[in-house]
Structures are given as structure tokens and as C-alpha cells.
Design a binder for this molecule. Structure first.
Ligand code: HEM
Length: 277
């Protein structure tokens, strides 16, 4: 072919000297310059990009979760539902991403593991914020962030807010009176299940048509927790496949710690009610 196709003839903008380009808008020079492997191991790039993309998705998850809580507080439930559905899909995306990381063998990982020092996802402040907003709150997890006052402040501020589940319970309370101990609990502490809450959610599930919004809210929360559990399970399985039962770079027992985390119930009564239904 003598005349190569020129998209400019179809109107494509080809000159960006004085206008904002795709890369400018997305600040790609910042994003794509942020990968600095510490070794010459081929797989370190995969490891870095997998973590960075996960953090970007977590950033979006937080953006949606904050807005979902706000929507629930201001009675804009359908907006809140839409955002919760999106957060579940974000976790689905994160779940699929493990397939890429699983192509890294234990031998590949040992080539650069020492270069990570003591750094670990355990110190991901966005992951901790997600847990805190959902209601899995443990003030001991603030400690690794003490060296970064702006991050510590973010985490502290979240612990002072009612969690997403607290907000869901205040909505439940409008139809089924819940005990003061539930409504005025210490927000910094982890939420623990209570029988009156299970009974109230059970009534919602016994008559979904009569309590449709609460029913829909509950199912959205369960749906999200389902994806979140899969993320934890995929993580621990990938970790076992790559490092076996070695301690984590962050210093925990590794797989033993992550298995303990599989027991976490974010919205406990929503799971418990199913047995008695
Ligand atoms: C080779 C791949 C990976 C290995 C071997 C690994 C290993 C571990 C281990 C052993 C822990 C426990 C803490 C410690 O002692 O270090 C941990 C925690 C964690 N990792 Fe990974 N990880 C991997 C990939 C990822 C990826 C891709 C992410 C995505 C951001 C991630 C996020 C986290 C988070 C958020 C925690 C804290 C979990 C909690 O406290 O419940 N990890 N990881």
C-alpha cells in the first residue's frame, strides 16, 4: 500500500502542543513513573503493578463507600445501592487479578523478596480504611501509620464516624427498635453481633415485601461481603502457594494470620439470620 492510512484525514486530533492530551488528563507521567523495582528480578514489575493497581481500585472503593454511607444517611437509598453494587464489582475485579499474580512461582518470588524489607500489604492504609468504614475496627492497626500523621488522621477520623453497618442498623432501628447498647456503641471498637439485631433482620427476611428497602440493603451488604471474603480467600491461597508457611515480610505468622482473618464477619447478623429462617 503506497498511501498509509492517516487518521488525521478522519478528523483525529494529532497535535497537542497547546491542548490537554490523554496523558495530561490522566497524569500518566506520574502513574507510569511510579514503578521502581529494587532488584533486577523480572517478576518484581508484576508484583509492583499488582499492588499499585489494587491500591487504585481500593481508592475507588473508598470513594464509593464514603458516598454510599452519605447517601444512606441522607435517605438517598437508591444512590447508595448503586454505589454498593459498584464496590462489589470492584472486588470482583480485584479477585480476578489474583490469576495474574498466581503465574509467579515461589522461585520467582524468592529472587526479590528480601528487597521488600519489612514492607507488606499489612501496612496498606487504604485497606485499613475500607475495614474501618465497613465496621471491622481495631485501633491496634493504627500503630504502623504513626510515622505518617496525615494518614493517621484519616484513620482516626474514620474511627470517629459510624460505620456503614452502624448506619444500616440505624435504618433498621426505624422499623424495629434496637437496644441502646447497639445504637450508642463505642465506635472505635469492633462491632459484635447481638441477638436483637439478628431477630430484627430475621423479621425483614420473613416479610421481604413489607420491608423491601431494608431487605434490598441487607442483600447488597451480603453481596459485597461475599466478594470481600473471596478476596481474602484468594489472597491467603496465593500466599500459601508462593511462600508456604513462612512468616510474612510484615512480621506476622503469614498464612496463619491470614487464615484468622477469614473468620472476620463484617455484617454478622446478616449471616446468622439465615440459619433460623
Ligand atoms: C506474592 C504475593 C503476596 C504475598 C506473598 C503476600 C503476603 C502477605 C502476608 C504474609 C501478609 C500478612 C502480613 C505480613 O506478615 O506480611 C499479607 C497481608 C496483606 N496483604 Fe498480601 N501478599 C501478596 C500479595 C498481595 C497483593 C497483590 C495485595 C493487594 C493490595 C495484598 C494486600 C495485603 C493486605 C491488604 C494485607 C493485610 C491483610 C489483613 O491485615 O487482613 N497482598 N500479605
Amino acid at each position: 500500500m503506497s498511501d498509509a492510512y492517516n487518521p488525521a484525514n478522519d478528523g483525529a486530533q494529532m497535535s497537542f502542543k497547546d491542548r490537554m492530551s490523554y496523558g495530561d488528563y490522566l497524569q500518566l507521567s506520574k502513574v507510569l513513573d511510579a514503578q521502581e523495582p529494587r532488584s533486577d528480578a523480572h517478576d518484581e514489575m508484576l508484583f509492583i503493578i499488582q499492588h499499585q493497581t489494587s491500591e487504585l481500585w481500593m481508592k475507588l472503593a473508598l470513594h464509593e463507600l464514603y458516598a454510599a454511607r452519605e447517601a444512606m444517611l441522607t435517605g438517598n437509598l437508591s444512590h447508595g445501592f448503586k454505589m454498593l453494587a459498584r464496590v462489589a464489582r470492584i472486588f470482583e475485579q480485584l479477585n480476578s487479578a489474583w490469576d495474574v499474580l498466581r503465574t509467579m512461582t515461589p522461585s520467582d518470588y524468592t529472587r526479590f523478596r528480601n528487597d521488600l524489607g519489612q514492607s507488606s500489604g499489612f501496612q496498606s492504609h487504604q485497606y485499613r480504611l475500607i475495614e474501618f468504614i465497613l465496621g471491622n475496627r481495631n485501633a491496634a492497626m493504627l500503630k504502623p501509620h504513626e510515622h505518617k500523621p496525615e494518614v493517621l488522621e484519616l484513620l482516626e477520623a474514620e474511627l470517629a464516624q459510624p460505620s456503614l453497618y452502624d448506619v444500616a442498623l440505624s435504618m433498621l432501628n426505624k422499623t424495629f427498635a434496637l437496644p441502646e447498647t447497639v445504637l450508642n456503641r463505642d465506635l472505635r471498637s469492633n462491632y459484635s453481633a447481638s441477638e436483637p439485631v439478628t431477630e430484627a433482620w430475621t423479621k425483614v427476611y420473613q416479610a421481604p415485601e413489607a420491608h423491601w428497602q431494608l431487605y434490598e440493603l441487607a442483600e447488597k451488604l451480603v453481596d459485597f461481603e461475599d466478594y470481600f471474603r473471596r478476596w481474602r480467600f484468594n489472597h491467603v491461597t496465593t500466599v500459601e502457594r508462593i511462600i508456604g508457611f513462612k512468616r510474612g515480610t510484615g512480621g506476622t505468622g503469614g498464612v496463619s494470620y491470614l487464615r484468622k482473618m477469614l473468620e472476620v464477619e463484617l455484617f454478622p447478623e446478616l449471616w446468622h439470620l439465615r440459619t433460623s429462617l
